[in-house]
Write a protein that binds this ligand. Structure first.
Ligand code: 7PJ
Length: 399
C-alpha cells in the first residue's frame, strides 16, 4: 500500500506537539522536534561584511540559509542587509555559537533570541489594570470607544447621562475596556483646553466607574487629564502621542497603570499631508523600541506597555493596509498589540461610504487584526465586533 500525504500548516509548537501526540510520538521527543516545525524568515539590516560572511557560513552549516548582497563576498568594507531562513531549532543552535563570537555577533545573538522568545509567547500576555487582569489568551479583547466630544467624527456625546449610558451599554454588549476621550484627534482637528477636556471626561469616568466592572481607559495626551482620570477611577492610559510628553511617562510609572503607546507621524493637524516611511512597519517597530527604552528610563515596567501602530495617524491608505497585512511582525516586541480601525477613513475609501456606513469593513479589519495577533481591538460597534470575533477566535484559537 502507498502512504497517503496531507498538508498540515501548523502555526504554533502547541499544534505540532498535539499532532505528534496523536500519532504516538515518544514524549521525550516532543520538545526536541516541535521547534523544527516552526520556520521564521528574519531580515537583518546593515550587517558588516565580516559578520555577514560568518552568518552565511553558520546558517549553511546548519542547513538553514542566509541571503546577502553579492558585493559582501568581495568587498569587506561594505554592509549588507540579510535575509535569514531557518527553523526555530536551527536559529537556537546558531544563536548558541554566535554568543561567543566577535564582529557584533554576540549582540545579534541576544536580539535573535529575544525575537524567538517573544514570538513563542505572543498569546500568553496578561495586562494588569488596577487589580483587574485582562487576558487575551482565550478571546480577543474589545475596547469600546466612548467619545465625550461634540466634534468627534463619529458618535460623540456631549451630555453626561448619554455618555454614561453608552458606556454601560458597551460593557453589557461585551466590551472588555471602555476608552473615554474628551479631545478629538481625527485628522485636521483642533486641540481643546485643559479645563474643557477635564470637564468633559472626569464626570463621565466618576459615574461610569460606579456602574461597570471592567477597566476604564482615559484617551488623552495631557498628563493632568490622565492624573485626574485615574483619581476618578480610570486604570489605563491611552496616549495617542505615545508618551511624547515625559511627564506622561513619569505619571504612568508613578500610578503603575498600563499605557497604550500609539505611533503617529506628525500631529493631528497636519499628519495626513504626504506621510512617508522607509518601511512603514520597520519604522514603527523602531519607534516602539526607542519608546520602550525611554519608558524604562522613566521607571515604567515592560509589562505596563501596550503598543498600537496608530492606523490613520500619518498614514496613507496603502500604509494602513500594509500595517494590517504585516501586523504579526509587531509580535517581535513581545508586548500586547492594540489596533484601532473602526469606521476610519481608509475603510470609507475602500467601501465608498460615509462614516455612518462603515460597519462591514470595520468588522473585517478587526477580524483580520485579531487573526494577525492583535490582543485588543478598539471599536465603536461593540456588539457586532463581539459577534464577529466569537466566530473568528473560535476558528483561529483552536489549540
Ligand atoms: C485611535 C485612538 C487608535 C488608539 C483614535 C478614532 C480616531 N487611540 N484614538 N488607537 N484612534 N490607541 O477614534 O477613530 O487607533 S481617535
Amino acid at each position: 500500500m502507498t502512504a497517503r500525504a496531507y498538508l498540515r500548516n501548523f502555526q504554533t509548537k502547541g499544534q505540532i506537539k498535539a499532532e505528534m501526540q496523536r500519532i504516538g510520538v515518544d514524549p521525550e521527543g516532543l520538545d526536541i522536534m516541535a521547534p523544527k516545525g516552526i520556520h521564521h524568515t528574519i531580515l537583518l539590516k546593515e550587517v558588516n561584511s565580516r559578520a555577514a560572511n560568518i552568518i552565511k557560513q553558520e546558517f549553511l552549516s546548519k542547513d538553514g540559509e542566509a541571503a546577502l548582497a553579492y558585493h559582501c563576498l568581495s568587498d569587506l568594507d561594505k554592509c549588507s542587509d540579510m535575509i535569514l531562513m531557518a527553523t526555530e531549532r536551527q536559529y537556537r543552535a546558531i544563536i548558541r555559537k554566535f554568543r561567543k563570537q566577535p564582529f557584533g555577533l554576540a549582540g545579534l545573538a541576544v536580539e535573535l533570541e529575544l525575537i524567538l522568545n517573544n514570538l513563542s509567547i505572543s498569546r500568553e500576555i496578561e495586562i494588569q489594570c488596577g487589580g483587574k487582569t485582562l487576558n487575551a489568551d482565550d478571546h480577543t479583547l474589545i475596547m469600546g470607544i466612548l467619545n465625550v466630544t461634540p466634534d468627534s467624527f463619529s458618535d460623540g456625546y456631549s451630555d453626561l447621562e448619554g455618555a454614561v449610558a453608552h458606556g454601560v451599554r458597551m460593557a453589557e454588549e461585551g466590551a472588555d475596556i471602555i476608552d473615554v476621550g474628551g479631545e478629538s484627534t481625527r485628522p485636521g482637528s483642533t486641540p481643546v483646553s485643559l479645563d474643557e477636556e477635564l470637564s468633559r471626561v472626569i464626570p463621565v469616568i466618576e459615574s461610569l466607574a460606579k456602574k461597570i466592572d471592567i477597566p476604564i481607559s482615559i484617551d488623552t495626551s495631557k498628563p493632568e487629564v490622565a492624573r485626574a482620570a485615574i483619581e476618578a477611577g480610570a486604570t489605563m492610559i491611552n496616549d495617542v502621542t505615545g508618551l511624547s510628553n515625559p511627564d506622561m511617562a513619569s505619571l504612568t510609572a508613578e500610578k503603575k497603570v498600563p499605557v497604550i503607546i500609539m505611533h503617529m507621524q506628525g500631529d493631528p493637524g497636519t499628519m495626513q499631508s504626504n506621510p512617508q516611511y522607509d518601511d512603514v512597519v520597520d519604522d514603527i517597530i523602531e519607534f516602539f523600541r526607542n519608546r520602550m527604552i525611554m519608558a524604562e528610563e522613566h521607571g515604567l515596567e515592560r509589562n505596563q506597555i501596550i503598543i498600537d501602530p496608530g492606523i490613520g495617524f500619518g498614514k496613507t491608505l496603502e500604509h494602513n493596509l500594509e500595517i494590517l497585512r504585516r501586523l504579526g511582525e509587531l509580535r517581535v516586541l513581545g508586548l500586547p498589540i492594540l489596533v484601532g480601525t473602526s469606521r476610519k477613513s481608509f475603510i470609507g475609501k475602500l467601501q465608498g461610504t460615509e462614516v455612518d456606513e462603515r460597519l462591514e469593513g470595520s468588522l473585517a479589519a478587526s477580524v483580520i487584526s485579531a487573526q494577525k495577533g492583535a490582543h485588543i481591538v478598539r471599536v465603536h460597534d461593540v456588539r457586532e465586533t463581539r459577534m464577529a470575533l466569537l466566530v473568528s477566535d473560535a476558528i483561529t484559537r483552536q489549540s
